[in-house]
Design a protein around this ligand. Structure first.
Ligand code: A2P
Length: 322
């Protein structure tokens, strides 16, 4: 079997290219799924306080770590500062909270989850007013927040730091002040929305890229009300045809394609059979003919699933990214 694919961060850390996504799973589902994922060989786990499940992940990790079944340095754990903590004073508070919930001493990678911020209203992750509009904090200052992120590396709470959902202009600004490199950018990326310009820009600047919704996240498509405009990637005839040719599932084709582009992917599955198949990517590869056909499926930003429209009024934030 060929060796597992990895990405090397600017810090020198090795990140497994295939990670386990944990958004949109209930506590019970996630506990079983994460156990199955660790058994299947997943070592890169992506989470965030806004997924409201770090305590579940912490419980499972604690079981595996305390029993000696796995060592901490074999894991690659990612978490994020939530929008409601996206201000200089929020970084220290939220990373400590994630570490406590995850029952860990340090993270491998800590990201700023979004370029926009919400007001701090107690512990609320998504504070809304009486009309249901999200309470925006429009004073977001990425440079000041980044400086606090760097302090977390110095304090040993995370080994690397990065960004999520930032656009090129926003990343460019952060790059003018970095003392600790931006190690990773996590963005929506899949075969219909290949983000070629942004990926190229990141490569040029030494920033690794992680794809969320790499399978086109049907649940999210429904949530965004885009079922009619965004067809199912997993049912795309070209993907199906390549799957038949290579004797692989459509999901394997999509994931292997992302990895072959040098991009990490964090598919979510709570189904033990599917999550096992999703990581079975390392002893075969797509040919140039396959990748040419998949390249041609790109539809650009019109295929974006997640425009954060589920936060009513989000477009009024000055850092609303798109
Ligand atoms: P399930 O958890 O029942 O497997 P994304 O990672 O793009 O957000 O997509 C996650 C969605 O894709 C989930 O609904 C998940 O459902 C589904 N999914 C994950 N792996 C596969 C697979 N191999 N085949 C079909 N659907 C999958």
């Amino acid at each position: 079997m060929a060796s597992k694919l990895t990405l090397t961060l600017p810090t020198g850390q090795i990140m497994p290219a295939l990670g386990f996504g944990t958004w949109q799973a209930t506590d019970a589902e996630l506990e079983a799924a994460l156990t199955a994922a660790l058994e299947a060989g997943y070592r890169h786990i992506d989470t965030a306080p806004v997924y409201e499940n770090e305590h579940v992940i912490g419980k499972v990790l604690h079981k595996w770590l305390s029993s000696g079944k796995i060592k901490r340095d074999e894991l690659f754990i990612v978490s994020k500062v939530p929008p409601s903590g996206n201000r200089p004073s929020g970084v220290d508070k939220w990373i400590k909270r994630s570490l406590k919930d995850l029952q860990l001493d340090y993270l491998d990678l800590y990201l700023i989850h979004t370029p926009f911020s919400f007001e701090e209203v107690g512990e609320e992750l998504h504070p809304v007013d009486k009309n249901g509009e999200i309470k925006l904090d429009k004073s977001t200052n990425h440079l000041q927040v980044w400086a606090e992120m760097e302090k977390q590396v110095a304090a040993g709470r995370t080994k690397a730091i990065g960004l999520s959902n930032f656009n090129m202009e926003q990343i460019n600004k952060v790059l003018t002040v970095t003392k600790v490199p931006i190690a990773n950018l996590q963005i929506e990326l899949h075969v219909y929305f290949q983000q070629r310009e942004l990926v190229e820009y990141c490569k040029k600047n030494g920033i690794t890229v992680t794809a969320y919704s790499p399978l086109g996240s049907r649940g999210l498509v429904k949530l965004m009300g885009k079922v009619d405009s965004l067809p199912d990637l997993l049912a795309n005839p070209v993907v199906l045809k390549i799957g038949e040719r290579r004797k692989k599932t459509p999901a394997q084709i999509l994931l292997r394609y992302t990895l072959q582009r040098g991009i990490a992917a964090i598919p979510k599955s709570t189904n033990p059979e599917r999550l096992k198949k999703n990581i079975d990517l390392f002893d075969w590869e797509l040919t140039a003919e396959d990748t040419d056909e998949l390249d041609a499926l790109d539809q650009g930003s019109s295929a974006r699933i997640c425009d954060f429209g589920f936060f009513k009024g989000i477009k009024n934030h000055p850092e609303f990214p798109f």
